[in-house]
Ligand binder design. Structure first.
Ligand SMILES: *Cc1c(COP(=O)(O)O)cnc(C)c1O
Length: 411
């Protein structure tokens, strides 16, 4: 049985919604984007939601809006996808990497140790859809000592009066935290709607705005929307009307808007999201049931008294293996035509970030998580039979590699 890692969820309703956009004569930012923003606002409980063309551009734009400068530091985990760090660099600030916990997410103690007067933003990541400890992070940035240390480097930061928390929620649409869905707990949270994520628009992102007073989130939505359209005072829709050709450019905008034809894909998916999430949970629970019985397997976090994952991917770990043995297990699984992955190679191990001076020796927990990890496919279309095939392949691969090693040691 050939099992792909993460095919997009495309059913007749998705095709119908995209066709509707194509036939309407309006394919770029318009009513479908608005409707998707409203659906994501309802699902996340955020004050306002702005859709953009990727998580990455959304993060760059948000950091630019905040006004980060060359010496400003943004604290991120070393254990994440490259985009988390690249967005900080493109916004012109410095990523400060810290280590993670055993649950894959950024360590709150490590954040605390990394805070300096140059810290302007904390950018935690909900790895695999497991929410970070939002309460601890949000209360930390409001502690009197930490607020007193804060040195704003822009008028917006001055209004904020403390470190801003922008959550990398690329994996966590649909996660739960403290009785609410993820996306409403931090100042800003950004979902990715890329093709492999839980809800997709092929490429896309959604910026959830929950800025505290004196900020007005609906005013901020209008401002960021303008920024995402080159800061052009008339959008394509208005300019399209006869006679209304004149416009102005009122700031250093970006081209970051989402197109309606893309929004249509996500709109049809999110309208059935309860069911799609339940299907992901079915796959996740089946893996949990099988792997929790095996002494060599470590199952990923799924629920606790405050949190529930979005079941984005299944981050299995294998005890007592080296990185090479883990790689060999993956190669054995691949021989059975099953695509698995590793989430993630810690950033300091990637050539570019290493060349900037980040060293994996400083992030032992990130290395440990990485070296033992194998990400299993988890998506609604994965049948029970396919899930069984994945489990069997992992078990067989583990035994093959371990027996080879044992025989090698005997000879
Ligand atoms: C996918 C991903 C991103 C980037 O999302 P894009 O929409 O492709 O820009 C950022 N952070 C994490 C953790 C991701 O997995």
């Amino acid at each position: 049985m050939k099992i792909p890692f993460s095919p997009p969820y495309i059913d007749d309703s998705v095709i119908a919604e995209v066709t509707d956009s194509l036939r309407s004569g309006w394919i770029t930012t318009g009513p479908k984007v608005k409707a998707l923003e409203e659906e994501i606002r309802q699902l996340s409980g955020a004050s306002e939601v702005l859709c953009v063309n990727s998580w990455t551009t959304g993060a760059i734009m948000t950091l630019r809006w905040l006004g980060v400068k060359a010496d400003d530091e943004v604290i991120i985990p070393a254990y994440t996808y490259c985009a988390t760090a690249l967005a900080v660099l493109w916004a012109g600030a410095k990523p400060v990497m810290v280590d993670c916990n055993d649950d894959f997410n950024i360590s709150v103690d490590a954040i605390r140790r990394a805070i300096t007067p140059r810290t302007k933003v904390i950018l935690p990541v909900d790895i695999a859809g497991w929410p970070c400890d939002y309460d601890a992070i949000m209360s930390m940035v409001s502690e009197p000592d930490i607020k007193a240390m804060f040195k704003p480097s822009s008028p917006i930061m001055e209004r904020m009066g403390r470190i801003t928390v922008i959550n990398d929620s690329a994996h966590s649409i649909g996660s739960r935290y403290g009785g609410h869905h993820s996306g409403s707990q931090t100042d800003i949270a950004i979902f990715s709607l890329h093709a492999v994520k839980n809800v997709t628009t092929a490429e896309g992102g959604a910026i959830c705005l929950n800025m505290p007073a004196p900020f007005d989130n609906s005013e901020l939505y209008t401002q960021l929307r303008l920024m995402s359209l080159n800061c052009q005072t008339k959008d394509a829709f208005t300019k399209n009307k006869a006679g209304s050709w004149r416009y102005d450019i009122v700031g250093m905008g970006m081209k970051a808007n989402m197109a309606d034809v893309n929004a249509a894909i996500g709109l049809a998916q999110i309208r059935q999201y309860d069911r799609l999430l339940a299907e992901r949970r079915r796959v996740f629970d089946a893996y949990d049931k099988a792997f929790s019985l095996l002494p060599w397997a470590i199952t990923p976090p799924v629920r606790d008294e405050r949190r529930e994952t979005s079941y984005h991917v299944y981050a299995l770990r294998i005890k007592d293996v080296t990185e090479d043995e883990r790689d060999a297990i993956i190669a054995e699984i691949a021989k059975r035509d099953i695509a698995v992955n590793v989430h993630f190679v810690p950033l300091p191990m990637l050539t570019f970030f290493h060349s900037l001076g980040y060293d994996i020796k400083d992030f032992p927990q990130s290395y440990r998580n990485y070296a033992h990890e194998i990400t299993l496919p988890c998506y609604p279309q994965l049948s029970d039979e396919a899930v069984e095939a994945v489990i069997q392949a992992v078990v067989d691969a583990y035994q093959t590699i371990k027996n080879n090693k044992y025989n090698h040691e005997l000879s």
